[in-house]
Ligand binder design. Structure first.
Ligand SMILES: NC(=O)c1ccc[n+]([C@@H]2O[C@H](COP(=O)([O-])OP(=O)(O)OC[C@H]3O[C@@H](n4cnc5c(N)ncnc54)[C@H](OP(=O)(O)O)[C@@H]3O)[C@@H](O)[C@H]2O)c1
Length: 297
């Protein structure tokens, strides 16, 4: 049988060592890290992957797109898939900066405690790569999402983009998306009121909600903080919390490392699944579907 070869495309000057380790731990035979990948360099790189092995053997070659810049990685993913034609293709996964595996794992953790369809979910600091994906996955599963930012127009623009993506993906039963930019504790409390889920997706080391705000949210059932750098994004949540009772509330809490176990398992499962066929394109929704399977197994 042909060896499993994974090409690691990274737009940074050095490939992510994190992504390399996870790849090697995912049953591949050879990892080929390629740094400094730009849109203009994609086509010849992809040609080398798709024209070397024929027929069923093509599934033993795959591409992982990483790097610290998620917007660049999205462009690279488009360039990769645009290079394929007909069945002459290889499977590809995008998880720049861990955006897709992190978002998928967080939403699966939320779904362990609350039926997402019809739930009210707050995505705090939701305009970054992780928050945008968390908002999309929650809405796709029927949650009504309020996505916050320091800028109302930025949050509105993200909500519109998500709604457009869900429409073009023809997702049924989508929840409502709305934007908020609370600037005071009272404004944040109004956003949180009636919510069952809060997921903090703000930048590292930024507190987005106080313990008091969370304690006053009597409907809250699950609170997830993806920030691992002190201070916590949700005051009172510890990075290792994993479905731990959140003092002063009826909610359970997850910290970044508490979500991280499922994230890592999902990342490895996604890489393994690339080698099942030569036509997979694993982005947020596909990785979320895998995360649900991993969680159920
Ligand atoms: N556990 C894991 O494996 C893992 C993997 C990836 C990411 N993460 C964590 O997940 C979180 C989200 O990641 P990301 O890459 O999406 O984050 P990000 O792009 O760095 O930041 C997300 C949002 O935070 C808001 N923000 C930035 N500075 C702020 C400030 N001083 N005050 C209030 N809001 C601020 C910004 O929104 P506005 O400017 O619109 O307000 C920004 O769009 C981060 O904490 C990251 O460290 C964890």
């Amino acid at each position: 049988m042909s060896k499993r070869i994974l090409f690691q495309f990274d737009s940074d000057s050095h490939c992510s060592t994190f992504d390399s380790v996870v790849a090697i731990d995912s049953d591949i035979d050879h990892l080929v890290p390629v740094a400094n990948v730009q849109a203009t360099s994609v086509e010849p790189l992809v040609h080398g992957t798709m024209f070397t092995r024929g027929g069923d053997d093509l599934k033993h070659t795959a591409i992982f797109i990483g790097g610290s810049d998620v917007a660049v990685a999205e462009t690279l993913l488009r360039c990769v898939t645009d290079t394929f034609f007909g069945p002459v293709r290889v499977s590809v996964m995008m998880d720049a900066n861990g955006c897709n595996t992190t978002a998928a794992a967080a939403v699966v953790c939320a779904g362990r405690h609350v039926d997402l369809a019809g739930a009210k979910a707050i995505v705090l600091g939701g305009t970054g790569p992780v928050g945008q994906r968390v908002g999309k996955l929650l809405a796709a599963d029927g949650a009504d999402v309020v996505l916050t930012s320091r800028s109302k127009s930025r949050a509105e623009s993200v909500c519109q983009q998500i709604a457009k993506q869900l429409e073009s993906d023809s997702v049924d039963g989508v929840g409502q998306l709305s934007a908020a930019a609370p600037t005071t504790s009272d404004e944040l409390q109004s956003v949180l009121d009636g919510a069952q889920i809060v997921i903090a997706c703000g930048a590292a080391g930024v507190q987005l909600a106080s313990r008091e705000n969370l304690a006053q949210s009597s409907s809250l059932r699950v609170a997830i903080d993806l920030n691992a750098v002190p201070p916590a994004g949700l005051e009172g949540i510890e990075v290792f919390d994993k479905a731990k009772g959140f003092e002063g509330t009826e909610a359970v809490a997850y910290g970044a490392i508490g979500v991280g176990g499922l994230k890592m398992k999902t990342h490895k499962a996604a890489i393994r699944s690339l080698f099942e066929s030569n036509d997979k394109v694993l982005n947020a929704s596909e990785i979320y579907a895998l995360a649900k399977l991993v969680d159920a197994s």
